[in-house]
Design a protein around this ligand. Structure first.
Ligand SMILES: Cc1cc2nc3c(=O)[nH]c(=O)nc-3n(C[C@H](O)[C@H](O)[C@H](O)COP(=O)(O)O)c2cc1C
Length: 206
């Protein structure tokens, strides 16, 4: 492949990826999930510490446990906000259906286990942020690799609002901090195209 066709292919792959939230019931083979994760693990990371961890859920009972844990937190937060309980119910049910309707749910986690340790808060915060950034890069790689394999995927932020309940519900290792949830499966329908701001609006050539 010459350089320009590699660039064109990568750009086309990145541009055609969509967030997919509805899936067919067809399962995804474990080897395919492994291939997607292996691709994601090529992401760059601070000090090459690879602080990403992935909890891969396929069993309906595990997905149900995760969805209920997230739903309980969502309900509690929304009711505390004073939202109409009927609206809250609708949202909680939609979230549960979405998560349990995906053949695979991957809790993307962060570990600080191998990251550098500093005596001061300023550098500790920076180091933690580096780990978060590294995990996010792996997350994008995961979404792109899934797309390249013809799978649909979507990143959900819900775990950020309930990391400890997820850890408990899934009995995750103590150092694994849930950062996001990727739903994975065969798309039931094409994703909706979402606009992007033009480069001129987001970049300044200084
Ligand atoms: C950090 C992050 C959090 C997101 N959280 C959610 C979410 O909670 N629920 C959801 O449906 N989509 C979520 N998304 C997907 C975005 O809505 C989606 O990427 C965006 O609308 C652009 O659409 P596209 O991915 O199809 O290009 C999230 C994406 C990112 C990167």
């Amino acid at each position: 492949m010459n350089e320009s066709s590699a660039a064109a292919q990568l750009t086309a792959l990145m541009a055609s990826r969509r967030s997919i939230r509805n899936f067919t019931p067809q399962p995804v083979a474990d080897d395919l999930v492994r291939a997607v994760l292996a691709a994601a693990c090529h992401a760059p990371s601070a000090h090459n510490k690879q602080p990403w961890r992935f909890a891969v859920l396929r069993d309906p009972a595990d997905k149900d446990r995760l969805a209920r844990a997230l739903g309980d937190r969502l309900r509690a937060d929304r009711l505390k906000d004073g939202d109409d309980p009927r609206d809250v119910d609708i949202d909680v049910t939609r979230s549960h259906t979405r998560i349990t309707g995906a053949p695979v749910a991957i809790v993307v986690c962060l570990t600080l286990e191998d990251m550098d340790v500093y005596p001061d808060e300023r550098r500790r915060r920076a180091e933690r942020r580096m780990a978060v950034q590294s995990v996010a890069m792996a997350g994008h790689g995961l979404l792109l690799a899934a797309h390249a394999h013809g799978l649909g995927a979507c990143w959900l932020c819900a775990p950020l609002f309930a990391p400890e309940v997820i850890s408990q519900a899934l009995d995750l290792p103590p150092d694994w901090e849930p950062q996001g949830l990727v739903l994975l499966g065969w798309s039931a329908a094409p994703g909706k195209a979402r606009d992007r701001k033009p480069v001129e609006a987001v970049a300044r050539f200084v």
